[in-house]
Design a protein around this ligand. Sequence first.
Ligand code: ADP
Ligand code: MG
Length: 263
Amino acid sequence: MLSISNISYKYQKYAVLKDVSFELQKGDYCAIIGPNGSGKTTLLNIISGALKKQEGNIQISGKKMEDYQVKDLAKQISVVPQRSEPVYHFSVFDMVMFGRHPYQTRWNYYNPEDEDIVIDALKKTNLLSLKDRMTSQLSGGEFQRTLIARAIAQQAPLMLLDEPLANLDIPHQFEILEILSDLNRAKQITIAMVIHDLALAMQAIPKSLLLKNGQLMYFGTTSKICENALIYKLFDLDESYIVNEFGNVRKRMTSTTSDKRDK
Ligand code: ADP
Ligand code: MG
C-alpha cells in the first residue's frame, strides 16, 4: 500500500527526517509515536504530498508518488490534519462533502452518489443529526469527527491522521478509536496516525513506528514498545519514570502539592 524508502527532509539547513524507510501493507493500522519536534507531522505531510519530498522514494499502491496527478493522489490518501483548520461558515454536511472534491469536476458539483457517500460517512461518525449545524458551532470532539467523516467520504485506501485524539476527553478518544478500528477492519483501510498516549496505542493500534530526532527507532508490533526500555530511549526518560507493560507512565515527583502540604 505504502512504501517509504530513505526519506530525508530539511527545513533550510535543519534536518528533520533522516533516512526513514518503512512499508505499510493494505489493512495495516500503525501508530506514529515520538517526542514533540521529532518529525511526525513532517513525515505525514510528505506522504500526503502537502510537503514536496526532497530525498528518497515513496510508492503508493505500487506507483511512484510523483506519477500521480493531484486529484488521483487525493483518491489514494485522505488526511485528518493536526491543527484544526480555520472554521469557515460551512455546515457539517458541506465540510464532509469536501471529501468528494477529488471526484468532482468544475462542471459537475456533487451528484446523488456523492450525497449517499457523505450521509454514510456522517452515520459512521455519529454526526447525522448535526449535518446542518455550522462547523463553527461544534464541540472539539464533533469537529474532530467532522474531519474524520470528510476523510471517510474521500474513500481513499490510506488514511493519515495527525493527533486526532488531542484535546478530547476519554469517551471521545475511544469513540474516535472505535470509528477508526471499524474502518480498518471492515474496509481494510490502511491507517497511520500520530498519537501520544502509549496506553491507548497499546490497546487499539496493532503496529507502531517510533520516531526520534527524525530517525526511525522502531517499526513493528505495538505490544513490544514497552519492552527493552524503548520508550525510555525514545523520550530520554531517566529512572524517575516508570513505564509499565500497558504503556502507563508514572513519574516520582519531587515536589508535588501533596508533598508540600505534608511538610
Ligand atoms: P512533530 O510533529 O513530531 O512535533 P514536526 O514535523 O512538526 O514535529 O517538526 C519537526 C521539526 O521541524 C521541529 O523542530 C520543528 O520546529 C521544525 N519545523 C516544522 N515545520 C517547520 C517549518 N515550516 N520551517 C522550519 N522548521 C520547521
Ligand atoms: Mg506534529
